[in-house]
Write a protein that binds this ligand. Structure first.
Ligand SMILES: NC(=O)c1ccc[n+]([C@@H]2O[C@H](COP(=O)([O-])OP(=O)(O)OC[C@H]3O[C@@H](n4cnc5c(N)ncnc54)[C@H](OP(=O)(O)O)[C@@H]3O)[C@@H](O)[C@H]2O)c1
Length: 325
């Protein structure tokens, strides 16, 4: 049932992107943000999971799987190919960072559905990565910690034959007032969100074939900043600048470089930062009257990865459903 939001809690008025001005007394359906993924889940056999504690790429290990019901969570992302997608990426190889959940997972599934072979990274989501590999043909998972540049090498081991599409998606959020920012936090956020993706581009560039694509996932917060988001906004704004420069540098080789800026998108990162009432308010101020899904963003990434985006480079597509227009 539609519910009426009349009085926002204090925290809502002071937190971005939750901080976007939201008219009080907005009638808004919260149904879209309450939707959950289906209840079934693939998980590794417990004994197999216990016996294999190594951090080696999952691609080189066999796993036994069992299907069981699971409580609703973001681990329960369906194990099925997206209903959209053609074979526009047949014969292409893609590298997607942070493919174990959220937007990254949707990108992995979509690019694979479009025919690409997809190498993706995970950080802590070993089970989720294994699940994706088990049910999305043509995917290979590699562990990486973007706080540690030494993990870069492992990402490229499965890419000896070259690369067509790079999606820099993995990132961390950070909500700290400037007064409380430490050097260590600055280094952590800027390393994970900016330095590592830049080094991935540097490493990937020689491997990228003509017609190649680089897509960096930024955020609408670079144009809608708010208190507490200095490091997050700075890290993503820098990535947008890297995008523009890389477009200039790689254009002569026929490689396009663009960024995608999602708006409010229903993922673990989003839910951790935004209680349901805030999500409802964001839906209310969005032109399409709902929060985005990971698949919404993956569709935009797939367009940029595909053959129809060849004349777009150095740009930034806002995948927001009209959160700002
Ligand atoms: N959700 C939104 O509303 C929204 C809005 C604007 C922009 N974005 C951007 O969209 C992208 C994806 O966001 P999301 O909401 O899908 O985030 P998410 O649900 O938190 O997923 C983050 C992904 O990044 C990986 N990751 C996190 N820390 C890492 C590290 N230190 N090293 C390597 N990988 C790491 C995670 O791996 P594990 O799970 O395996 O640890 C996971 O696969 C990010 O760039 C984010 O800034 C999101």
């Amino acid at each position: 049932m539609p519910q009426s939001i009349r009085t926002a809690p204090q925290s809502i008025r002071t937190t971005p992107p939750s901080t976007l001005a939201v008219p009080q007394s907005i009638r808004v359906s919260q149904q879209s943000i309450r939707e959950r993924r289906n209840q079934s889940e693939l998980r590794p056999n417990r004994s197999e999971a216990r016996s294999d504690q190594s951090s080696a790429p999952l691609s080189i290990r066999a796993a036994a799987w069992s299907i069981r019901g699971a409580p609703q969570s973001f681990k329960t992302r369906r194990c099925a190919a997206p209903s959209v997608g053609g074979m526009t990426l047949r014969g292409k190889t893609a590298l997607v960072t942070g493919g174990s959940r959220g937007i990254g997972r949707a990108i992995v599934e979509r690019l694979a559905a479009d025919g690409a072979r997809v190498v993706f990274t995970y950080h802590t989501g070993k089970d989720a990565a294994a699940e994706i590999m088990s049910c999305v043909p043509g995917t290979v998972a590699v562990q990486a910690d973007q706080a540690d540049l030494e993990t870069l090498d492992a990402m490229f081991e499965p890419l000896d034959d070259g690369l067509d599409i790079l999606v820099n998606n993995a990132a961390v959020s950070s909500q700290i007032p400037i007064a409380d920012i430490t050097e260590a936090e600055f280094d952590r956020v800027l390393t994970i969100n900016t330095k590592f993706p830049l080094m991935v581009i540097r490493r990937a560039a020689p491997l990228l074939r003509s017609g190649g694509r680089i897509i960096n996932v930024s955020t609408l917060n670079t144009v809608v900043p708010g208190p507490g988001l200095a490091l997050y906004c700075a890290s993503k704004a820098a990535l947008e600048q890297v995008t523009a420069v890389a477009a200039r540098e790689l254009g002569p080789r026929g490689i396009t470089v663009n960024s995608v800026s999602p708006g409010a998108t229903d993922t673990p990162m989003f839910r951790a930062a935004n209680p349901p009432a805030v999500a409802a308010q964001m839906a209310a101020i969005t032109a399409l009257q709902r929060v985005g899904t990971p698949d919404d963003v993956a569709s935009v990434v797939a367009f940029l990865a595909g053959p129809d985006s060849g004349w777009l480079t150095g740009g930034n597509l806002r995948a927001t459903g009209g959160l700002i227009v």
